[in-house]
Design a protein around this ligand. Sequence first.
Ligand code: ATP
Ligand code: MG
Length: 393
Amino acid sequence: MATDMIIVFFGELSTKGKNIMDFIRLLGKNIRSTLKAFPGLGYEIKKDHIYILLNGNPYDAVAKKLVKVPGLLSFSLAKAIDSDLEAIKEESLRLYRQSGAKTFKADCRRIDKAFPTRSDEVNRAIGGKILFACPGSKVDVHHPDLMIHVMIRKEGTYVYGIKEKGLGGYPLGIAGKGLMLISGGIDSPVAAFLMMKRGVKLEMIHFAAPPYTSEKVIDKIHDLLHVLNDFQEDIKLYVVPFTELEKKIYDVAGPSYCVTIMRRMMMRIACSIAYKHNDLVLASGESIGQVASQTLYSIKVIEEACTLPMMRPVCTYDKNEIIELAKKIGTYDISIRPYEDCCTIFALKDPVTHPDMEKVKAIEESFDYMAMVRDCVRNVKVEHILREEEEAF
Ligand code: ATP
Ligand code: MG
């Protein structure tokens, strides 16, 4: 009896011992949750693979979802068959014929040593079967069009061909939870994706300055988060009412120091919210030198107000590399919709690229910013952006 199934191969398993099982269990849980719209899928979680029994569900639709699960290195459509040499040869021939390949190589792993035929003999038997049945077929041990993988285990044998590439990285949540500063631009959604891919579950914080920034910015953030829902099904969003503080900053700091001070206030507010909700780190879409506030001189002065580690996943990326990734994950078209960020409205002229810490401190001491920071934290609005479940297929 042949059963259609998917074999899932894991990503970086640099973690050891007990952590490996935590990794695999979390990956299994995340996969189940991603595939919950498919009726009757079966799961087997093993030490080195996860098996998904398709039970009539179409492979392509399931695969489309699996490529978005962090922590998954690759996966293959496989047939589970009896551990019987004739059945193995038949299934290998069927796979070869179906693939349209010309050259092939059989690669058998005999994990169950009780199976009487040795791996190299199984490979030769498969080769003989295909060469005999298919005129024009050829073995190529170096660069075959099709690699026929045969895994002989105690519970049965799995035969599979092409491995599809997954996202890689770590299962979402394994690394803990962080707070991402999301602006609606191109960079921060890409940075968020990279954090998620590395196993960090994210909460999002956005600083809104109505009426100077329109409600459309919030719609845009919602749309961006819906795309990121592909990788994390439930995203918590904190929207900070930033208008009063921002106006005050503009008054006391003037145009050249406005961005520096504003970003230091963002750090304070974000840290306060992160502590409250057990977020371990902050993250942003900053890239070295991209704008005045992202020179190393600015970053140093701004981060002085930040009491948590700040992750900057795209700090070494060129803009075109960020754009390329944004297109790949599907956030680009949303990000380029015109909008006004609170940064762009107030901070107009000549933002300082080498801010002076003494001057920054003097500006900050000129008003009771902590009271305003506390107001922002107190009046933050919380939302949950949830994955929209479509029909499975
Ligand atoms: P992005 O393309 O993500 O908007 P950017 O190139 O426009 O980035 P900045 O506006 O300087 O750069 O912002 C740098 C980072 O600061 C953003 O990537 C984001 O993480 C954070 N940020 C900027 N504005 C906001 C905001 N209004 N709310 C939350 N985070 C923000
Ligand atoms: Mg921006």
